[in-house]
Design a binder for this molecule. Structure first.
Ligand code: NAD
Length: 514
């Protein structure tokens, strides 16, 4: 790791009090309590105070959303889409400013926060255009003079609960399609990224969203999040976060049979075969493992190396990893920002101790990075473990930090067995020039996403996103599939025969008459 440069002073907004947004009004929590939001690269930098809301605030937000639903569901879908389109335009105009604010709030480097905003823009335009589709089916009837079709209906109030690692993109994945489909929303963002969430809501307000259609309630998961999930007035819940909380949400929602979409953890792996372009693979592994400081649900946390290139690849990987520049993500030279919080850094450090106890070999890193200006933030040295066995906890559990576990294998079959051997199944990747091996891997890998000759990260907004096994519960975000989650299918039969026609019973007789 290179020594950090002296940082240039960066002009920042002064701290202020931010508010909830309920029924078109910005207001504090009824609790009168607040929580702090600080820059993870510099703990002296207080970004603002946010309302620590309660169940009462959730109650008010759900009531507003329910009332607004009665009107919003009747607004033609292309018009709902037009508002989302305007939100996309505003995001585009403010991209740089929002990216900077996001880096300050959660630490990832500007290059990546720009990408986060771009994903929101892409999602806005894709969702807006869906307002002019939202296709149903027309299907022939088995009876004469009868017309069959399906139409999409909005579901009701959507509870949206999001994590901090994609503070803008993930909320837009949920909120934009929910709105275009005619649902209203109660949104609870992560407590570590309330500022970016507030900006998104301000933008939708400016874009012309009527009061009550989108409500923002800041606060804790166990307070506000759980109150949203349990509320009988909430029809569906879209959650992205850890598998543990996802399971709790599933249980809580079961009492009222809510529809729930869960996007949860991952333990994503890259396989590198002997015939791979090793330079290309190296860049992919560095980006996948240490981009966003390893805090992506799709981050590369396991590297599965074929024995014939194992030592050579590790040598190059180590050399490149040691050159990574850590620092404040607002500095354009920085390649790896801080972890999001002290707790996250403690978790990463705990896993490093576990790896050592399990007998893995520490190739580099393995400690907080504290030289110079880094001492003010939650930095951690990019860490690589070798000689990792597939059953070890560092190869099984999501660490969510810059820690890469390297596993040596003898064949593609073994590589895939290792890759599939965790409870998760989000993203995966194989580097090979062999077409047969690539297609074999695509078929055999248990994951929602498989990349060939690309890292485990890099989802595009118009493609379905999600995982198998304990990464989720079968739904997908992004692309066309998310619109299934936010709509109910209504099946419509129009009988214009003017007589009673009984399906199954009169079918043969009446068809003969036609
Ligand atoms: P988290 O599960 O701790 O929190 C996520 C959200 O849930 C936050 O808003 C939190 O306040 C809320 N929450 C916490 N407890 C709750 C409860 N009992 N009831 C309702 N809401 C509750 O996750 P995090 O630390 O914010 O994010 C990191 C996790 O998110 C990682 O596990 C990561 O893999 C996962 N993630 C998954 C995806 C994906 O698409 N699969 C994307 C990004 C992050």
């Amino acid at each position: 790791m290179e020594a950090p440069k002296t940082q240039q002073p960066i002009a920042l907004d002064p701290p202020r009090e931010y508010l909830n947004y309920i029924n078109g009004k910005w207001k504090p929590s009824r609790s009168g309590q607040w929580f702090e939001n600080r820059n993870p690269a510099d703990q002296d930098d207080l970004i603002g105070l946010f309302p620590l809301s309660t169940e009462e605030d959730v109650q008010e937000a759900v009531e507003a959303a329910r009332e607004a639903f009665a009107r919003w569901r009747r607004v033609p879908a292309p018009q709902r889409g037009a508002i989302v389109q305007r939100a996309g335009d505003i995001l585009r105009a403010r991209k740089e400013e929002i990216a900077r604010e996001m880096t300050r709030e959660m630490g990832k480097i500007l290059l990546e926060t720009r990408g986060d905003v771009q994903e929101g823009i892409d999602t806005a335009y894709y969702a807006a255009s869906e307002g002019r589709r939202l296709f149903g089916h027309t299907v022939p009837s088995e009876l004469p003079d009868k017309f069959n079709m399906t139409i999409r209906m909005p579901v009701g109030v959507a509870g949206v609960i999001t994590p901090w690692n994609f503070p803008l993109a993930i909320p837009t994945w949920k909120i934009f399609p929910a709105l275009v489909c005619g649902n209203t929303v109660v949104f609870k963002p992560a407590q570590l990224t309330p500022k970016t969430a507030t900006t998104l809501v301000e933008i939708l307000e400016e874009a012309g969203l009527p009061p009550g259609v989108l409500n923002l309630v800041h606060g804790s998961g166990s307070g506000v999040g759980a109150a949203i999930v349990r509320h009988p007035g909430v029809a569906l819940v879209s959650f992205t976060g850890s598998t543990e909380v996802g399971i709790q949400i599933s249980r809580m929602a079961a009492d009222s049979l809510k529809r729930v979409s869960l996007e949860l953890g991952g333990k994503n792996a890259v396989i590198i075969m002997p015939d791979a372009d090793l330079e290309l693979a190296l860049e992919g592994v560095i980006w996948g493992a240490f981009g966003t400081t390893g805090q992506r649900c799709t981050a590369t946390s396991r590297l599965i190396l074929h024995e014939s290139i194992h030592d050579l690849f590790l040598e190059r990987l180590l050399e490149r990893t040691l050159r990574l520049r850590l620092g404040n993500g607002l500095d354009p030279e920085t390649e790896v920002g801080p972890l999001v919080s002290e707790a996250q850094r403690q978790t990463v450090d705990r896993y490093v101790r576990i790896g050592l106890e399990e007998g893995a070999r520490l190739l580099c890193g393995g400690a907080p990075a504290t030289e110079g200006a880094l001492s003010k933030g939650w930095f951690y040295q990019p860490t690589i473990f070798t000689e990792v066995q597939p059953h070890m906890r560092i190869a099984q559990e999501e660490i969510f930090g810059p820690v890469l576990s390297v596993i040596r294998v003898r064949s593609l079959e073994e590589a895939i067995e290792v890759l599939n051997g965790t409870r998760y199944g989000l993203s995966s990747s194989i580097y090979t020039r062999n077409l047969q091996d690539a297609f074999y891997a695509i078929r055999e890998i248990e994951a929602g996403i498989t990349y060939v000759n690309a890292p485990t990260i890099g989802a595009e907004a118009h493609m379905p996103f999600g995982g198998v096994k304990q990464t989720g519960n079968g739904h997908r975000e992004g692309g066309w599939e998310v619109f299934d989650f936010y709509t109910e299918t209504k099946t419509v039969y129009i009988d214009y025969s003017g007589r009673l026609q009984r399906a199954q019973i009169d079918t043969e007789r009446l068809s003969g008459e036609a």
